[in-house]
Design a protein around this ligand. Structure first.
Ligand code: ZN
Length: 204
């Protein structure tokens, strides 16, 4: 099966910078694009010194330097739950990106860069792929819910304490009245505030 026409995808803005997007529906198992560039030989000291994030290791000896402009496949971003994969043929020294499920127009094409790349480049800054973003959002929501639950619990506790304090105050007041009652009779009524009616009477 030949590779897809370059009209089937386009470079566009993605959440992490640029990415490769389908412009047409792509069937599962389609050879989308070749990842290509100069071959680097690990036995060659000059080659071995080359370092960039577009290196695609084929085996212990050969690596593709995909940093060349013509290699449009270098725009394809990593995803932990991708819609494509890299089909590596070390003997032919060829890498082809192939869909592993149907890809809808407008959908970003991605494949799993592998554990080594993930550990070296993505884990330190946090993977921005959809699956990881969703995981992060879920964790955030869970943390928020837990915080809200704790807050509600603290509020309930405070309410209960306030209620208890109120009851205690009421009880103390009731007790105080009982104690104060005889004092009133003892002629201290004059010190108490006059009622509204009494004040009016006085003003008149
Ligand atoms: Zn991820």
């Amino acid at each position: 099966m030949p590779l897809l026409s370059s009209k089937s995808y386009r470079v566009g803005r993605s959440s992490t910078g640029l990415g490769l997007f389908a412009t047409q529906p792509i069937k599962k198992g389609t050879k989308i694009i070749r990842y290509f560039g100069p071959l680097l030989d690990s036995k060659n000291k000059k080659h071995d010194a080359i370092e960039n994030k577009y290196l695609f290791q084929l085996n212990d000896r050969w690596t593709i330097d995909g940093s060349v402009r013509k290699n449009v496949a270098r725009y394809i971003n990593h995803a932990c739950k991708p819609n494509a994969e890299s089909d590596v043929n070390p003997r032919k020294k060829r890498v082809i990106i192939r869909s592993i499920r149907k890809i809808e127009p407008g959908e970003e094409i991605n494949y799993d860069y592998g554990t080594e790349y993930f550990k070296a480049y993505l884990k330190p800054i946090g993977c921005k792929c959809d699956a990881c973003e969703k995981k992060r959002a879920k964790k955030k929501a869970e943390a928020r819910a837990e915080k809200a639950a704790l807050k509600a619990k603290a509020l309930r506790k405070a309410e209960k304490l306030a209620e208890k304090a109120l009851l205690a105050r009421k009880a103390a007041k009731a007790l105080g009245k009982k104690k104060a009652a005889p004092k009133k009779k003892a002629g201290k009524a004059a010190v108490s505030r006059p009622t509204k009616a009494a004040r009016k009477k006085r003003a008149a």
